[in-house]
Write a protein of this length. Structure first.
Length: 115
């Protein structure tokens, strides 16, 4: 009887641990997705603005204690985070690179420039 109880307790602990890990992964994904959507919105807004538009925005070093790495091409950017996970975002054509910290978007004629 005691052996069966120990087996059930071990199974319960394994299931509880897996659920906790899934919850943490989901929270991390949501935090990274929110960050990406915020950056994407900044760039889309700049694309729709008139020539002469300028705006500074800051990309934090971490989000809700989660670290990440940021990269971009001229039509997309991505956020890499724990255990080789990546989220990709499409953006209008830009010149320059996103970086952790301060970023300035400038609209010059039809060009969107990151400084």
């Amino acid at each position: 009887m005691l052996g069966i109880g120990m087996i059930f307790a071990a199974i319960f602990l394994l299931v509880a641990n897996q659920l906790l890990n899934d919850t943490t992964r989901n929270q991390e994904f949501l935090a990274m997705r929110d960050l990406g959507q915020t950056i994407q919105s900044e760039i889309i807004f700049a694309a729709r603005a008139e020539s002469g538009y300028q705006r500074n925005f800051t990309i934090p070093t971490s989000v809700d204690r989660y670290a990440f790495v940021l990269g971009n091409t001229n039509t997309s950017f991505w956020i890499d985070y724990s255990q080789n996970r990546r989220i990709n975002f499409a953006i209008p054509l830009i010149e320059g690179n996103l970086s952790i910290g301060n970023n300035m978007l400038v609209k010059n004629q039809s060009r969107i420039i990151l400084q």
